[in-house]
Design a protein around this ligand. Structure first.
Ligand code: R5P
Length: 287
């Protein structure tokens, strides 16, 4: 196996290289003056399995992913596997209103068209895996997060900010051998959420709020506010995908004691790597 690292996912590609012991291919990847993407693989990939590691967010990175796949194929790769650390459009996974598109399905089909298998990481809605026609594995970053939090922070309680993250946060709590609770969220608009007041046993405790994606930070900020009211001593926000749109990270730094995200999106809060889980998924998909 050889790793073809896209420009948006070099840090995770390097962690996969360390974990798997497979080389990272030399490649020239650049943008033309008109912003179109150019790719040229510089090493030999004939008859090799090539792992393309590249986000599909924002849109330009999706195009780069497709071009990397094509370059690998045309260079004689045996099989091409796509690792999509953060899958753009994952949240448009159904028709919410008449006249919309199911963008998550459309992007899934586009990416798998030139791949022998796809590896996702903590996809927002696992039922979208049914849309794939070829092999697909959803790797969970939660074991990595649990290991990281156990080693770096003393957490008493893991909190899910809504029902959507119940399973993920519950798994983290189990692995960290600590308490678990959840909140109920109603989204008012793109950046505002309402958290239903609830009795929580968090007074004097250190709490980690665990979600799959942090975008505007509205969900975590509302949860943190609820926790402060209930006397939490320390509040940590932890997610797989730190998207942080519209100043979301700054917003959270104002209300949380620490913010941690994984290597699926590289930014100032990137603190842990899901490479071990990606490598397990790669081994299962490539048999
Ligand atoms: C939604 O269901 C997701 O799991 C996240 O809770 C959501 O994407 C977070 O968005 P924001 O940070 O904008 O509240």
């Amino acid at each position: 196996m050889k790793i073809l690292a896209g420009t948006a996912s070099r840090r995770l590609a390097s962690s996969i290289h360390t974990e798997l012991g497979a080389p990272v291919l030399g490649a020239e990847i650049k943008r033309f003056p008109d912003e179109e993407c150019y790719v040229r693989i510089l090493d030999d990939v004939a008859d090799e399995d090539v792992i393309v590691v590249q986000n599909t967010y924002p849109d330009g990175n999706l195009v780069e992913h497709l071009i990397l796949q094509d370059a690998a194929r045309l260079s004689g790769a045996n099989r091409v596997f796509s690792v999509i650390p953060y899958f753009g459009y994952a949240r448009q996974d159904k028709l919410f209103k008449q006249g919309e598109a199911v963008s998550a399905r459309l992007m899934a089909r586009a990416v798998e068209a030139n791949a022998d298998g796809t590896i996702l990481i903590d996809i927002h809605n696992v039922s979208t895996l049914d849309e794939y026609r070829k092999k697909v594995v959803n790797a969970s970053a939660i074991p990595s997060l649990a290991r990281f939090l156990t080693a770096h922070d003393k957490i008493d309680v893991v909190l899910s900010p809504d029902k959507g993250s119940l399973a993920r946060a519950g798994e983290a709590a189990k692995l960290m051998k600590c308490g678990f609770d959840h909140l109920e969220k109603t989204r008012l608009d793109g950046s505002t959420v309402l958290i239903k007041p609830k009795e929580l046993d968090v007074a004097g405790k250190s709490v980690a709020i665990v979600d799959d994606i942090i975008a505007t930070g509205g969900t975590i900020a509302a949860a943190a506010e609820e926790l402060r009211k209930r006397g939490a001593r320390r509040i940590v926000a932890a997610c797989t995908h730190g998207l942080f749109t519209g100043g979301g990270l700054q917003r959270l730094r104002g209300v949380c004691d620490a913010v941690y995200s994984s290597e699926t999106l590289e930014n100032e809060s990137t603190a842990y790597s899901p490479a071990a889980e990606v490598v397990s998924a790669l081994k299962s998909i490539s048999i």
